[in-house]
Design a protein around this ligand. Structure first.
Ligand code: SAH
Ligand code: AVI
Length: 332
């Protein structure tokens, strides 16, 4: 979510551009409106990530039930370290970067002497996440140049190639938050920002027994429920709607036919939603739900399909011992 970045004094080697400011008013509001006016109501999962949402997501990553983060980190620690240790004179671009913990594991593999030859370019919808991560990284890696970009990676990204080779990272299985069609479009757009020989490290959550999947999105501390309901607060802020989170029930279940976890917010009673940006009130009937997220789980076959369709070649897939998560190394 857009926050002002101009008032901050940043260390010398950090710049943060905000590409969202210009489109915020028009595109974001009309996107939200379209979802709430649809027959099957939805809010795009990118609206989870304002300051509070990013902080709640960070809490999710530490929950005992939420296996993806620690599993991907275990793969980063073992699998791809030999590639990362050879990185020199390049741009390291991270999509949906969030906090600094995963990219720190990548940068830790680089001999300190060569860190000043790397420009790290985090791209995220959340200005607060980029600011926090850039500050953390500049303390840990003072010679690293950081060029952050607050942007929606589903829109056209302005990533002119400056001649340096590129290593892109798209961790966390965030690609899984898009339908196969959307994911192929997104991956093809990412691929189009790469030159021959550039690499992409893509984190992918794999299929596994349903109870493990469902527990990860229904944690006992109800942090995922708070994260899901935060999207209503973000919507209230942007559209001046009158959603009251306690009027909704958190639902998260595995849709086997679609290979995805679905998250919804189900109205506990009939609700009338008002907004100065809507021509008429929206009526939500008791039991009607708003679809807030899909989180697709992959087979190796579907990984091959989507990457081939996006004009990328698989060099290697690194897995954890249970094959719960895959880190796919792709080359243009
Ligand atoms: N990469 C981190 C964070 C994953 S959470 C990890 O692996 O833990 C997903 C991140 O993607 C959030 O930081 C969110 O703000 C960002 N994000 C989601 N949709 C986005 C979009 N359309 N454009 C840019 N960033 C997006
Ligand atoms: C960022 N994304 C891949 C997470 C996921 O697992 O789909 C977001 C999340 N939603 C609920 N818990 C975590």
């Amino acid at each position: 979510m857009p926050h002002s970045t101009t008032s901050l004094s940043l260390p010398q080697k950090i710049t943060i551009k905000n590409q969202l400011k210009a489109i915020e008013e028009t595109t974001l509001k009309s996107e939200l409106r379209a979802g709430l006016l649809a027959q099957d109501k939805y809010i795009s999962s990118k609206f989870f990530y304002d300051r509070a949402g990013s902080a709640l997501f960070e809490m999710i990553t530490e929950l005992p039930e939420y296996y993806p983060t620690r599993t991907e980190k275990s793969i980063l620690q073992n699998g791809a370290q030999s590639f990362f240790s050879k990185m020199r004179n390049l741009e390291l671009i991270e999509l949906g970067s969030g906090d600094s913990s995963k990219i720190s594991m990548v940068l830790n593999a680089v001999p300190p002497l060569f860190l000043d030859s790397i420009t790290y370019r985090p791209i995220d919808f959340s200005a607060s996440a980029i600011q926090k991560s850039a500050r953390d990284l500049s303390k840990r890696f003072p010679t690293l140049t950081i060029d952050g970009l607050v942007a929606d990676f589903t829109s056209k990204l302005h990533l002119e190639h400056n001649g340096h080779s590129r290593v892109l990272c798209f961790f966390g299985s965030t690609l899984g938050n898009f339908t196969p069609h959307q994911a192929t479009t997104l991956l093809s757009n990412i691929s189009s920002t790469m030159h021959q020989g550039d690499q992409l490290f893509l984190g992918i959550d794999m299929e596994k027994p349903i109870p493990i999947l469902e527990a990860a999105y229904n944690d006992s501390q109800r942090i995922t429920e708070a994260f899901n309901k935060n999207i209503l607060r973000v919507t209230n802020n942007l559209l001046k709607t009158n959603f009251i989170p306690i009027h909704f029930e958190h639902l998260a279940y595995y849709n086997e036919a679609e290979h995805r976890i679905e998250m919804h917010l189900k109205a506990r009673k009939k609700l009338t939603i008002e907004s100065p940006y809507l021509d008429a009130n929206i009526i939500l009937n008791k039991g009607e739900s708003i679809h807030t997220e899909n989180s697709y789980k992959f087979s190796e076959e579907r990984i091959k399909q989507i990457t081939t369709d996006s004009n990328l070649q698989i060099k290697e897939i690194f897995y954890d011992i249970h094959k719960w998560f895959g880190l796919v190394q792709l080359e243009k």
